[in-house]
Design a protein around this ligand. Structure first.
Ligand code: 5MM
Length: 333
């Protein structure tokens, strides 16, 4: 079955996903952050250079694109999804339309985009997409997340997944528990367990075919403002424990988000999980945005296009090694 085949391709050994699906507002502010004037052409040329990195297909199985990018061209006029496909990289597409305030629940968000999703998926499939992504945002604070936020987002993730599969797209299910806040790792654990349980229960209700889907979760980490940070080993151990308790065994793979971790932390955590004895049934891989692009973006602004490709190539290689537990920090020098 094509869904299962593509899901397994995305988590094939030594490879992972590049999340390059920043919406126009986010990508523009990232470019402005390094001193580059944002425009459609600025976003295109930065990303086209990234995708053209020589040899990156060894570490990149798929790229998540944004609506603007899936319609853009590489420098030589080849359509971006056609170029990626020719390199053996599956094109993906972000299909949610963003996270908006959840009515009656201050500070909480619901991800929108279900209206018209079937039609948009048909168009994206015809443009070359073979997988999709939808991100739910869960904020930890006093009294949140609410039951309403958990159940509404879980329901939307499941509805999205069912529609994508119907249209031949592998859904990446991304329920992100944010790192912002002063909560400890135990609270991150319990909230992550709660959203994962609710999401997979909703997926079962909607008839989602789990062997044809991937999960993109956060790791178990104390909030940015928490005084008690935990070690890399603890992050890896707790993350695996939480996933083992709350994720179906027949899911082909887990592709983590980096969520604002440093580049090296994101790599080290993944590496540690891939060296642990627990031996989970799913592949453990990456779908990093910032942790794969931060250095490349900086070099795009301050160096040559080749410098940017070298920076991306290095991070991609480090994370590729982390897939088999073969990374260590001496390789970063
Ligand atoms: C790449 O950024 C994605 C889209 O973000 P916006 O809709 O806010 O512009 C985002 O969903 C991303 O794919 C995930 O958060 C993972 O990226 P990180 O940087 O957390 O690894």
């Amino acid at each position: 079955m094509m869904l299962e085949e593509n899901a397994n391709k995305l988590v094939s050994p030594g490879r992972g996903i590049l999340a390059a699906d920043e919406s126009t507002g986010t990508m523009s502010s990232r470019l402005q952050g390094v001193g580059v004037d944002p425009s459609g052409e600025a976003r295109r040329s930065y990303r086209a250079n990234l995708f053209a990195t020589p040899g990156c297909e060894a570490a990149v199985s798929g790229v998540i694109l944004y609506d603007e990018t899936i319609r853009q061209m590489m420098d030589d006029g080849t359509a971006v999804p056609d170029y990626l496909m020719a390199q053996g990289i599956l094109p993906g597409i972000k299909v949610d339309t963003g996270a908006y305030p959840l009515a009656n629940h201050d500070g909480e968000k619901i991800t929108e985009g279900l209206d018209g999703l079937r039609t948009r998926c048909m168009e994206y499939f015809n443009l070359g997409a073979r997988f999709a992504k939808w991100r739910a945002v869960i904020t930890i604070a006093d009294g949140t997340p609410s039951k309403a936020c958990i159940s509404a987002n879980a329901h939307a993730l499941a509805r999205y997944s069912a529609i994508c599969q119907e249209q031949g797209l592998v859904p990446i299910i991304e329920p992100e528990v944010l790192m912002e806040g002063d909560h400890d790792a135990a609270r991150c654990y319990s909230v992550t367990a709660e959203i994962l349980t609710a999401t997979f229960a909703a997926c079962e209700d909607q008839g989602v075919h789990i062997p044809g889907a991937l999960l993109k979760p956060n790791m178990i980490i104390a909030g940015n403002d928490c005084a008690e940070q935990i070690s890399r080993e603890e992050v890896a151990r707790l993350t695996l424990k939480c996933l083992s308790e709350n994720v179906p065994q027949n899911l082909p793979g887990i592709v983590f988000l980096s969520g604002g971790q440093s580049d090296e932390d994101a790599t080290a955590h993944l590496n540690l999980m891939n060296t642990m004895d627990e031996n989970p049934s799913w592949q453990l891989s990456y779908s990093y945005g910032r942790a794969l692009q931060a250095a490349a973006l900086q070099s795009w602004a301050s160096g040559t296009p080749e410098d940017s490709q070298n920076a991306f190539s290095h991070r991609a290689k480090m994370n590729s090694l982390a897939r088999s537990g073969d990374w260590d920090d001496t390789l970063e020098d």
